[in-house]
Design a protein around this ligand. Sequence first.
Ligand SMILES: C[S@@+](CC[C@H](N)C(=O)[O-])C[C@H]1O[C@@H](n2cnc3c(N)ncnc32)[C@H](O)[C@@H]1O
Length: 230
Amino acid sequence: MQCVTILPNLSNFASLLNTLISGQLLLCFNQTLSARRLIVNYGLASKYYDLFGSKNDVAFYKELALKHGKKALELGVGTARVAIELVRVGVTVWGIGNSKYMLNVAKEKLEREKASVRKRLILKLADMRSFRLKEKFPLIYIPSATFEHCISEKDQKKCLNCIHNTLKSKGILAFDLPKLEPEKPESSWWIDRKETGDSGEVVRTIFSRRTPKTNIVSLNFFLTFIKKAN
Ligand SMILES: C[S@@+](CC[C@H](N)C(=O)[O-])C[C@H]1O[C@@H](n2cnc3c(N)ncnc32)[C@H](O)[C@@H]1O
């Protein structure tokens, strides 16, 4: 296996990656070691996910998909924030996600696209730790640190096994993880707000708690919609 980025302190993760067959390529974007992440429910968050999801990752995944067979599988596809950009430029994308709320938002967005774009995105409700697909892909990608949702080593292995079974020989697995900030406090919170475009705004408060022993981070999202007075 060829690895094109540095994975500091990831001894556990490196051994997990042996699950991938030789010839498959691992590509990581802007990543170092991170804490594992536990987000239980994307129900309410799904509605405003894209509003707050201004990440600069689309060009990275788009370029990879265009270079590598124009056919890709996204794990944890969510609202199809990335997938829709790929299908717009001619890539066929299969996306699996475990939140029906997020998939519903993705489907609503897809309905607003041209028929030729719509038919290139196939969305499925499935778990990235246990999915089985007959299709094989030259590229499997996992944006937005979604691999962190596999919070136990067992889950990570299960997910990598599914990837192994679904990635073509010499295929590419690409994903991103955030920077490890060991000095970060065990608990923190932050708040941001966004205009919704219909004379309202959404205030999002996030509480983050990390359990030092397991390094698992639990995030609680609180969203408040404020309708502005005319
Ligand atoms: C941070 S969001 C990323 C969404 C999208 N990939 C993006 O980049 O905008 C993580 C997504 O992964 C999904 N997810 C979490 N655990 C999953 C699992 N075990 N199997 C499939 N999807 C999962 C969640 O439902 C959520 O939609």
